[in-house]
Design a protein around this ligand. Structure first.
Ligand code: SAH
Ligand code: SF4
Ligand code: F3S
Length: 442
């Protein structure tokens, strides 16, 4: 088996991070050596995202950089995989001749052998329609950055077809993994020293909806219960949840299992019922607010975060204001905001009432400023509190600072020795801002 140098670049959501980790583990298992320098590698693997135009443009400009090297020595060979590969990969392979492997998210398992084959010439495309069988990669990844934390994808694809979103087209239909394979993977990770697991999917709380036969009634709450019962697992998280499937049994397990972190990302997308209807979100603002109220009643110490899109086609200034009042009223710990980006092939992109780009940017700036104030206010109340933090890694800025997370997933920067990475420590909060907290070891 060939064994050159490879480099892997990951964009997009945590599902891609998980796929990237699995590929890394498969490639090194086959004798490849990883490098962080794309230009010095034999093979470069791009794990790509199509959620917004910006995510795609970043990869396209990266791809352009290989031209001089390729023209000189036909190196490196590039593999384009993930959501963008599924959407426009074939076209990009024609445009950039160094793209030698193109594989969609359902064909991850073919990537290591196709990359090896591409070394001796040829271009390989693995792009299929939804019905095609998944070619998965059987590899339990060990994440590179922090061996104490790991993700597990529990369901692939999405069936919701929100009118703005490309995910169902590039990731395919919603398909839950078997609980046995999820539990096996979780057990193996914990045996290898992982202390925190995050269950991921576009819609984790719909887990099991597609089961039939003996598993017909097995749902997300059951899975949470079984994974949280694994001895040695200190923290269990999950993301993302769709408001339509956030059922009471999930809250029941969350409140009865101390190792399930009381943190919920519940994307609202808009505060206007008209916009929500046009987005095909299948809930009203009132139903959403009722779900938030229920979470707060069941888990008083929880953090709730959300995703919100501004400038959806036809969104009037008044409807935008409804989103502003929703975030004022709800007071989320954090809001992942985005300006609407038209995705070719989705119903919303075909509308003729698109909001001009400058207006979308303006609304984004307005909402970000308001949320930044709210997050600051919420965090300020944590000043002086004593909390348990798990240290993740060196803080990106600041000498001698480690970055950790609270149980509600807030970032805390603490002066602590490097060796404390992966450990749990009690810290006192000494400073607060909108995005992170400062703390000191007790
Ligand atoms: N499945 C989750 C999240 C999916 S993608 C959910 O239902 O909410 C992550 C976020 O990207 C979305 O929540 C949405 O806020 C944003 N997003 C998706 N498509 C977008 C688009 N076309 N333009 C701007 N933001 C988008
Ligand atoms: Fe996209 Fe909607 Fe599915 Fe989320 S639920 S991935 S926003 S289609
Ligand atoms: Fe992006 Fe695909 Fe994830 S479009 S957000 S990488 S599912």
């Amino acid at each position: 088996m060939s064994n050159g140098i490879f480099c892997i670049k990951v964009y997009g959501c945590q599902m891609n991070a998980y796929d990237g980790d699995r590929l890394r583990c498969a490639m090194t298992g086959l004798g490849w050596t990883e490098s962080s320098d794309a230009l010095d590698s034999d093979a470069v693997i791009f794990v790509t995202c199509s959620i917004r135009d910006k995510a795609e443009q970043k990869v396209i400009s990266e791809l352009g950089r290989f031209r001089p090297l390729w023209e000189k020595n036909r190196r490196p060979k590039v593999a384009l995989i993930g959501c963008m590969a599924q959407r426009t990969g074939a076209e990009l392979a024609r445009k950039f001749p160094w793209v030698r492997v193109v594989a969609g998210p359902r064909h991850l398992g073919t990537v290591p052998s196709l990359v090896a084959e591409s070394m001796s010439g040829g271009v390989f495309l693995r792009l299929d329609s939804d019905q095609a069988e998944r070619e998965d990669l059987e590899c339990v990844p060990m994440p590179k950055d922090n061996p104490h934390k790991a993700y597990i994808t529990i369901a692939n694809g999405c069936d919701q077809f929100c009118s703005y979103c490309i995910v169902p087209y590039v990731r395919g239909r919603f398909a839950s993994r078997s609980s046995k394979s999820v539990l096996d993977e979780a057990n193996r990770l914990v045996n290898r020293g992982v202390q925190e697991i995050t269950l991921i999917g576009q819609n984790v709380n719909s887990y099991g909806r597609d089961f039939a036969g003996a598993d017909e009634n097995y749902r997300f709450a059951n899975l949470l219960g079984e994974v949280s019962a694994i001895k040695g697992l200190k923290r269990l998280r999950f993301t993302t949840s769709h408001p339509v499937d956030f059922s009471d049994d999930i809250l029941e397990v969350m409140s009865s299992r101390p190792n399930i972190c009381p943190a919920v990302n519940l994307p609202v997308q808009s505060g206007s019922d008209k916009v929500l209807r046009e987005m095909n979100r299948k809930y009203t603002k009132a139903e959403y607010m009722a779900a938030v109220k229920k979470i707060r009643a069941a888990l008083p110490e929880s953090s709730i975060t959300t995703d919100l899109i501004v400038g959806f086609p036809g969104e009037s200034p008044e409807e935008f204001e409804e989103s502003v009042s929703l975030i004022e009223e709800t007071r989320f710990d954090l809001v992942h905001t985005a300006a609407y980006s038209p995705r070719e092939g989705t119903p919303a992109a075909k509308r003729d009432d698109q909001i001009p780009g400058a207006e979308r940017a303006e609304r984004l700036a307005v909402i970000n400023e308001i949320q930044s104030r709210i997050s600051s206010e919420i965090n300020r109340e944590l000043l002086g509190r004593v909390m348990e933090v798990m240290f993740d890694e060196a803080a990106p800025k600041g000498e001698g600072l480690l970055q950790g997370r609270t149980v509600t997933d807030k970032v805390v920067l603490v002066k602590a020795p490097r060796e404390m990475t992966g450990r749990f420590r009690t810290v006192k909060i000494t400073g607060t801002g909108p995005w992170c907290l400062d703390g000191e070891l007790l």
